[in-house]
Design a protein around this ligand. Structure first.
Ligand SMILES: [Zn+2]
Ligand SMILES: [Zn+2]
Length: 375
């Protein structure tokens, strides 16, 4: 012990400082040291605790209100949430080292938890302990998202349609899946504004109402990426919000291509029917007369409008009777059971006993064998 030459400003006692502490040049340390230990501990509070804490939770989805927004915490039990809120709200004195704390929640009723907390720490070389009890009130409300869902809120509609036909079950099913996937991806990044408000079948397709225009646009883009076609958007003024800003809803009108893979079409170019394999950017397929690849640009306005003849699912298995030459074979017409000479595409296996054929207004044509599985 040595005299520091300083005196406690509170009680006037000389302050004892050991050399190791005195050698430490921190200004804060010097200022704290102005009080003697006795006066310092008289005024010392290890823990700074609020009188009570209110935790706002959403009664529908369990989200917790933090700061100025709702957060999904994935809690099954609000006790854990209450403990976390209390630990955030309690402050431990900066001078304390080796702080440890325990908490003992006491469920008073459904909406009240008394949080008994025990703290200990080391201050000025002395172990200090303190108990605090903070009542936590769980306040059940409705979060912004659940309120919007309950109010059928939506900011955008995706209309899934197809040119000259209604979308297939596969296309509308996939549209629903895409909507769910996009919302889930956005939720995974913490976006609480993403949801699907409504999905409804219409006479000519499917309507998806979603919570943001961004989601609507993503669904439309993904659909045409997978199925081809295009989309356009249009805005409708619906209302003004509380700040006087105009609120628009955006409709994304998706037009899927007129044909889907598995369609048999007549491109009306004298080359014979085509089995469609892909419609994503261009229409791609195979001639049923020769087996040669076929391609048609959708934006080719000079090309005649192709005509649909049937689907691979409509094909029937029939007997391959004989090979005539390199361009023709004989098969049994599945309707009349008469032998008929038809074109011999390069995919036809002349050793086969039977082949799939499609009878359409363009005549009788042999389909590729694998189309039965893929169709
Ligand atoms: Zn003093
Ligand atoms: Zn909610």
């Amino acid at each position: 012990m040595s005299e520091s030459g300083e005196f406690c400003p509170n009680c006037g006692d000389p302050i004892e400082v050991d050399r190791s502490t005195r050698a430490y040049p921190g200004a804060a340390t010097r200022r704290e040291r102005k009080l003697c230990d006795s006066c310092y501990f008289d005024r010392f509070d290890l823990v700074d605790a609020p009188e009570r804490i209110e935790v706002r939770v959403c009664a529908q989805c369990g989200a917790v209100h933090r700061g100025n927004r709702w957060v999904d915490v994935g809690a099954r039990d609000y006790t854990d949430v209450a403990i976390e809120e209390v630990s955030d709200a309690l402050g431990v004195h900066v001078d304390a080292d080796d702080v440890s704390w325990q908490v003992d929640p006491e469920q008073v009723d459904q909406n009240t938890i008394r949080m008994h907390s025990y703290f200990s720490g080391v201050v000025r070389g002395t172990v200090v302990e303190e108990d605090v009890t903070v009542p936590v009130k769980i306040s059940r409300q409705t979060c912004t998202r659940c309120g919007r869902i309950a109010g059928d809120y939506y900011a955008s509609t995706v209309q899934v349609r197809a040119v000259g036909r209604t979308p297939t079950a596969e296309e509308t099913e996939r549209a629903r899946e895409i909507a769910t996937e996009i919302v889930e991806e956005m939720e995974a990044t913490g976006d609480r504004d993403a949801f699907v408000t409504d999905v409804s079948e219409t006479e000519d397709g499917l309507d998806l109402k979603v919570s943001t225009t961004n989601i609507g646009k993503k669904i439309a883009s993904k659909l045409i990426e997978e199925f081809g076609g295009d989309f356009s958007d249009s805005e409708t003024l619906v209302t003004e919000d509380e700040d006087g800003n105009e609120v628009y809803r955006v409709t994304y009108a998706v037009r899927l291509p007129p044909f889907t893979p598995g369609d048999v079409i007549d491109p009306r170019d004298e080359g014979g029917p085509v089995l469609v394999r892909s419609v994503r950017s261009n229409l791609k397929g195979r001639r049923l007369t020769t087996g040669e690849p076929f391609e048609l640009r959708f934006d080719d306005d000079d090309a005649p409008e192709p005509r649909k003849l049937g689907r691979v699912e409509d094909a029937e298995e029939t007997t391959l009777v004989a090979t005539e030459d390199e361009h023709a074979v004989q098969v049994l017409d599945p309707e009349t059971y008469r032998t008929k000479t038809v074109a011999r595409p390069d995919y036809l296996d002349v050793d086969a006993d039977s082949v799939p054929v499609l009878k359409s207004r363009a005549g009788l044509h042999v389909l590729p064998d694998e189309s039965r599985e893929s169709g």
